[in-house]
Design a protein around this ligand. Structure first.
Ligand SMILES: C[S@@+](CC[C@H](N)C(=O)[O-])C[C@H]1O[C@@H](n2cnc3c(N)ncnc32)[C@H](O)[C@@H]1O
Length: 257
């Protein structure tokens, strides 16, 4: 089994594949001022097994398209949608986030938790904007430095993993440069990492290793995850996930100076 299949096997049983929380998804909805009664067309990009997509389908009067490039995650999402009674409001789409098939100005909301880094924050917000209606909303969470300076070990790790990591003011500047109006920002609390993501993943390590006969490849996958967890636990004062809420302007003929 190759590394991608191992990662799929480790993560497909998780409710989340990254840091997040239901209360924090609702907090972003509140910050964005979304009217829950108005019919909306929503896309959740990089949805994984559907933590946010399923919640949005339940909370909003919306048709939600849940997009991920891994069909294995989308299958789990569909099963969960059926058991939660929201299957009629959610559809899945297996495709890459850098080739979304939505029409221009088709969507009211683009939602993306812990996933936009796969194509880079700047490219993601720039490319996806065309699919938003005028006045439409973008909500995206993104790994973010919480301080202007940070320990060398942490800096080196994340600069290798994701060179676009930056402070919130720089991310908000990117949103402005790409023609959005920033509407809000908050940092995901620690429990979104530890209780919602890392602890459940750690609880799956033993069975995962057993399923793969404790192969060197499976142990390497666990070691990489464990290293990321330890780094977070040591340096959580310096790094977190920022949740960014921004609106596409209503007007098209805008001059910048
Ligand atoms: C860190 S996980 C977050 C998943 C989910 N949003 C959550 O918060 O639990 C990132 C997700 O992005 C998906 N992904 C990675 N690259 C992608 C791409 N190019 N196009 C679409 N999805 C992608 C992965 O399959 C994974 O489900």
């Amino acid at each position: 089994m190759d590394d991608l299949q191992l990662l799929i096997d480790l993560h497909a049983q998780g409710r989340r594949q990254g840091p997040g929380g239901d209360a924090e998804t609702e907090r972003a909805l509140e910050l964005a001022g979304v009217d829950r009664a108005v019919p909306l067309k929503v896309a959740d990009i990089g949805c994984g097994t559907g933590a946010s997509a399923l919640l949005l389908a339940g909370l909003l009067n919306a048709r939600v398209t849940a997009v991920d490039f891994l069909p294995e995650f989308l299958e789990v999402l569909q099963q969960r949608a059926s058991s939660l009674g929201v299957a009629d409001r959610i559809s899945t789409l297996a495709c890459s986030m850098d080739a979304l098939p939505f029409a221009a100005e088709e969507l009211d909301i683009i939602w993306s938790e812990g996933a936009i880094y796969n194509i880079g924050f700047e490219k993601g917000v720039a490319d996806w904007k065309r699919h938003l209606k005028p006045g439409g909303l973008l909500v995206a969470s993104e790994i973010t430095w919480l301080t202007d300076a940070r320990p060398t070990e942490l800096q080196h790790h994340w600069e290798q993993e994701y060179p676009e990591i930056d402070v919130a003011s720089a991310k908000i500047r990117v949103l402005e440069e790409q023609g959005y109006s920033p509407a809000g920002y908050f940092v995901l609390p620690e429990h979104c990492w530890l209780d919602e993501y890392y602890r459940p993943m750690q609880a799956r390590f033993d069975h995962f290793l057993q399923r793969h006969g404790h192969s060197a490849e499976a142990r390497a996958v666990v070691a990489v995850e464990q290293r990321e967890i330890e780094l977070y636990e040591t340096y959580k004062a310096y790094v977190g996930y920022g949740v960014y809420v921004a609106r596409k302007p209503l007007h098209r003929d805008l001059l910048s100076c």
